[in-house]
Design a protein around this ligand. Structure first.
Ligand SMILES: [Zn+2]
Length: 266
């Protein structure tokens, strides 16, 4: 029968895909909720979690982006200057946010490649989390062992440290409290770009929206079009269009502190 053999090694069951992941959205995840996506560069989020964001926004989630740098080194154009590139890339990021339905996009203004895992950066993240009070945060997996961009690593570490325990405990960065901000606890963290995912989001219905957002980053995609990305996807799927498109994460669940434990000494 004319069936191609070259993909014979791939999972033959078309109907009942037994999912390897035991945890997924929305089966094991509440919503709609508030999410904050904290990334290093404009375009990071679209590539690693654009489908998830599109899905959440469509389902009524309130999503805020925090982007640490302007991505101002990301060019091979000999005429380009960092300030100009940052302005272009920030505008591209805003367009991608509008496409996905992200409510707000905050730029921290660090130079590309020069973030440091510092008390200042942690304090900025703590404050933004206390202002926006997300239920879920998506950031880079800083503990990915392979080759990784230092900004991704630094952001991942700074966010992890900010979320536990700094943002929760009021005496860290007390100026926030003086400014009327309560401490906050984030219970769910999804790490993107991880080698060891244990959580997946089915974004099959949002894949094209993700591509719409990716192509907003025109300075970064080398002239590729939405159709090029679609074709690439079809080739990767080996013709198996039934297969769901998923985005993978490592999930951390931070236990909620006891409301008012009898012994609250520490
Ligand atoms: Zn990046």
């Amino acid at each position: 029968m004319g069936k191609k053999k070259k993909d014979a090694g791939k999972k033959p069951k078309g109907k009942t895909p037994t999912r390897a992941k035991s945890r997924s959205f929305p089966d094991d995840f509440p919503g709609p909720a508030r999410a904050m996506v904290i990334m290093a560069h404009p375009d990071d989020a679209e590539f690693v979690c654009g489908g998830t964001i599109a899905r959440w926004c469509a389902e009524g989630w309130d999503v805020t982006y925090v982007v640490a740098t302007g991505g101002d080194k990301g060019t091979h154009d000999s005429e380009m200057h960092p300030e100009k590139l940052a302005a272009i890339r920030e505008e591209e990021q805003r367009a991608a946010c509008r496409t996905l339905g992200v409510g707000e996009c905050i730029f921290l203004g660090y130079p590309d490649g020069f973030t440091s895992e510092s008390a200042e950066l942690r304090g900025q993240i703590v404050r933004l989390v206390r202002v926006h009070r997300p239920d879920v945060v998506i950031t880079w997996d800083a503990y990915e062992r392979g080759f990784n961009h230092r900004d991704h690593r630094n952001i991942g570490v700074a966010v992890a440290d900010a979320l536990y325990p700094l943002v929760r405990d009021r005496l860290f960065y007390p100026a926030d409290e003086e400014d009327g901000l309560d401490s906050h606890q984030v219970n769910e963290v999804l790490l993107a770009g991880t080698a060891n995912p244990d959580f997946e989001v089915d974004v099959s219905q949002y894949w094209e929206k993700k591509l719409d957002a990716i192509v907003c980053h025109a300075s970064q995609i080398g002239g590729r079009t939405r159709e090029d990305f679609l074709k690439q996807r079809q080739e990767q799927a080996g013709g198996n269009t039934q297969q769901p498109m998923v985005e993978n994460f490592r999930r951390w669940t931070i236990r909620r502190a006891q409301a008012q434990p009898p012994e609250e000494k520490k």
